[in-house]
Design a protein around this ligand. Structure first.
Ligand code: TXA
Ligand code: MG
Length: 418
């Protein structure tokens, strides 16, 4: 299947003054953006007419930009369309999907009733935006989401994205879109159309290219159907923001560890799979000042010891032997790339900064992982962790999953956590 990439300009799409109940976009009908959005609408809508004999055989899937990451969208109410998402991504069928809506009225049509009270303050504060809520699946609603979106769970996840292109696609097609991140399963999430193309070309018919994503990590997923409410996945809205702006009911939100295990959160099946992994090993360093001593004492010492030790011990230590080839160094707040490069010499290195604010680090995280493995041809990536406050929780959740090994400095020791 040939994959078309069509450009859309977020700036060409305007909305009336903020009112989440009506999200009708205003777009010049003579613009390319409008024409390309209509192409995408036709692809999405093809799922509902696919019984007709003369329709084309392409999948009813469109990759589109959201403010977090690119999504791979299809009509959330249509079983075949949802099935096509899982197939294109190679996604395990027990990992449920987030449904995307463009108005509260549309949400009511699929949820079969008004928003539960608990969600009112956070929806008011953060929608449209990178927050996903979990709602009970209605027992009787013809327009509701396909059971394939939820893997037969009693809840479905939904959010109203804040990207003009995402909102326009949903509104113009008048279709709630099931949309996981538009990457192949296990790969880092895509934050540009070229990332989507790299993973999914020839597997989907259309990518809308609306430029790079601003937030860079996926939405925060919260569950208010349990008491106290629970954070299921850290993301673009921080727990601190939820506590600050969510009113009394959200003060007590329960937060797991950054590397939340499936046992702790059985209701977020997606968390148990291998995730966000570039094709080369990633070594994550936590609390390791400028990084030079940490790299010397963990990766290099282990390599040297390997040469002198017997087979049995080698088994374990081989796992953290640096591979041959160029080593990439990704810094955040404290790492000194020059000092680490000197430590690794004569090994070839490439150093890049993820940024020095939480927002920048989030935005650059996935794109740097993809850039380093592909453009820079790194054989391994050394990355500096960040504290868990604010954006840090979501960043560390992604990094601990991407990492093949995690090192932490405790006192004067370096502990291998993974
Ligand atoms: O920012 C985002 O959320 C992006 C963009 C495209 O909107 N989407 C995204 O989807 O990250 P995905 O499929 O990659 O991640 C969905 C997450 C998974 O961890 C999944 O297990 C969880 O949401 N999830 C979906 N439905 C759920 C439910 N009913 N209960 C609990 N967790 C659910
Ligand atoms: Mg994903």
């Amino acid at each position: 299947m040939h994959t078309r990439v069509l450009a859309v300009s977020p700036a060409a799409i305007k909305y009336p003054p903020h009112d989440p109940t009506t999200q009708t976009p205003i777009i010049d009908p003579n613009s390319d953006t409008y024409a390309n959005l209509q192409e995408a609408v036709a692809v999405i809508k093809s799922s509902s007419s696919s019984s007709s004999s003369n329709t084309t055989n392409t999948q009813p899937l469109v990759a589109f930009p959201t403010e977090t990451v690119y999504g791979l969208g299809a009509d959330a109410r249509n079983d075949n369309a949802v099935r096509a998402i899982y197939a294109a991504k190679n996604r395990p069928a027990d990992n449920p999907l987030i449904v995307h809506v463009s108005s509260l009225a549309q949400l009511e049509r699929i949820s079969g009733g008004p928003l539960p009270e608990i969600y009112v303050p956070i929806v008011k504060a953060f929608w449209p935006g990178p927050l996903t809520i979990v709602l009970p699946v209605p027992t009787t609603s013809q327009n509701s989401v396909s059971p394939l979106c939820t893997h037969g769970q009693k809840t479905f996840a939904v959010r109203m994205p804040n990207h003009p292109v995402a909102r326009a696609l949903i509104a113009l097609s008048d279709t709630p879109l099931a949309a996981p991140s538009a990457n192949l399963s296990t790969r880092p999430s895509p934050t540009s159309a070229s990332h989507v193309y790299a993973d999914l070309h020839d597997r989907i018919p259309l990518i809308l290219d609306g430029g790079p994503c601003d937030v860079g990590v996926e939405s925060t997923v919260v569950d208010g159907t349990v008491s106290p409410p629970k954070l299921l996945r850290p993301g673009g809205i921080s727990v601190e923001q939820i506590r600050q702006q969510g009113g009394p009911l959200w003060q007590s939100i329960v937060v797991g560890s950054p590397d939340t295990s499936p046992e702790q959160v059985p209701r977020t099946p997606g968390m148990k799979y291998k995730h966000y992994s570039p094709s080369c090993p990633v070594y994550l360093f936590i609390d390791c000042p400028d990084g030079a001593q940490a790299v010397r004492e963990t990766l290099l010492t282990q390599n040297n010891q390997n040469q002198n030790q017997d087979q049995d011990q080698n088994k374990n230590q081989n796992q953290i032997k640096l591979p041959q080839g160029k080593i990439a160094i990704l810094t955040t707040y404290h790492f000194d790339p020059k000092a680490i490069e000197q430590t690794l010499a004569p090994t070839e290195t490439v150093s890049r900064s993820l940024g020095v604010t939480g927002a920048d680090i989030s935005r650059n995280l996935f794109s740097e992982l993809r850039h380093l493995e592909k453009t820079s041809g790194a054989a391994a990536i050394i990355v500096e962790g960040v504290p868990l406050a604010n954006e840090g929780l979501a960043i560390m959740n992604r990094l601990t999953k991407a990492a093949s090994h995690i090192f932490r400095k405790v006192g004067s020791q370096y502990i291998i956590e993974k």
